[in-house]
Design a binder for this molecule. Structure first.
Ligand code: XIL
Length: 332
């Protein structure tokens, strides 16, 4: 007999996974289809993939994922429109080819490029993509105002965020528009994100949801800190989404194990259990939970923050359900 289909036993409307075209086949494709009701292209919708040169849009790879998901009745999350990484250099060049300095002309040009990009990318998938990570990683709690000094911010201030949400809403009025970030469980960061979201919503900027990436590890964060992360945003009435979850077996950059210690895998399952118990308690406020990868044979953590083999997901390198799988299937 087969293991339970996770999407049937979890309480979330969308239960998702980041994927890439190579994963759609064989046993990987079968597991994606069986256990998940939502797909996020892991990198195929980022700016460097969709508009590597100005006006030269590429959609072959995201189309492959979107078509696969649509044919199987799955939701699709769009990731991501405006980020300080995986954005081509041309975006920040002025008409003479020099790096933009913060002038009024350059700001206007940068906002125009954001608008053109979002009209093309969001417009293409207007009927297919139900949630967009419109702005990714805008918060830096080390800054006095809590805002990351990205090139977007240096040139356009907060208007880069306002423009991105306004245009995305105009093009896809039914999509949930998300501001997404990591370490949102850390109180200082969480509070700066809260301040930003409440300011934007008070201004009428169409921010529908807060995205919690949830790149966490076997020891961190606690259930209490995770619960505080969710409850902080409840008074705003925003939707919340867990957008990129994985649980590293490592707790610092110096560790590297030839194979995953049994104790680490048990601690990992317990961390998944504790955090999913919290998500389940607030399932009415969390419209989707997404994992950043399917199985331990391929995870972005194999090269981040250093190169070493990690095992952060629900299926092992041979695609067998781990203890972590059973913790998510029944966290009570
Ligand atoms: C990662 C992808 O998984 C990698 O394949 C890529 O090389 C780098 O980006 N936070 C995010 C994601 O918002 O876009 C990142 O994805 C992981 C961290």
């Amino acid at each position: 007999t087969d293991i339970p289909a996770l999407r049937d036993v979890v309480p979330f409307r969308h239960f998702g996974v980041a994927a890439e075209p190579a994963l759609l086949y064989g046993e990987h494709g079968r597991l994606l289809d069986r256990h998940f009701s939502s797909i996020t292209p892991g990198s195929q919708l980022k700016w460097d993939a969709t508009e590597p040169a100005e006006g030269a849009f590429r959609f072959t790879e995201p189309d492959t994922l979107v078509d696969w998901a649509k044919a199987r009745g799955k939701a699709i999350r769009g990731h991501t429109l405006v980020w300080h990484q995986q954005t081509p250099d041309w975006v920040f060049k002025d008409p003479s080819g020099a790096d933009m300095t913060p002038t009024a002309e350059n700001k206007a040009l940068l906002l125009h490029r954001i608008e053109t990009h979002i009209r093309a990318v969001v417009g293409r998938y207007r009927d297919d993509i139900t949630a967009w990570d419109v702005v990714n990683e805008a918060v830096d709690e080390g800054q006095p105002d809590g805002l990351r000094r990205s090139r977007w911010f240096e040139i356009a201030g907060l208007d880069y965020i306002r423009t991105a949400f306004r245009v995305a809403h105009e093009v896809a009025p039914n999509a949930k528009l998300v501001i997404n970030d990591y370490n949102t469980n850390v109180p200082a960061k969480r509070d700066r994100l809260y301040d930003l979201v409440s300011q934007l919503r008070a201004e009428g900027v169409p921010v529908d949801a807060v995205g919690h990436q949830m790149h966490v590890n076997v020891d961190w964060p606690s259930a209490a800190e995770t619960e505080a992360m969710i409850t902080k945003f409840l008074p705003l009435g925003v939707d919340q989404q867990i957008t990129e979850m994985d649980v590293s077996i490592y707790t610092d950059s110096n560790q590297s194990y030839p194979s995953p210690p049994a104790a680490s895998l048990l601690a990992q399952a317990q961390r998944y259990r504790d955090l999913f118990a919290v998500f389940t308690r607030y399932a009415h406020a969390i419209s989707s939970v997404t994992f950043w990868g399917l199985a331990d044979d391929s995870t972005w953590l194999d090269t981040f923050p250093v190169t070493r083999k990690d095992h952060p997901l629900l299926f092992d390198t041979r695609l067998r359900a781990k203890d972590a799988f059973w913790a998510v299937a029944d966290p009570s």
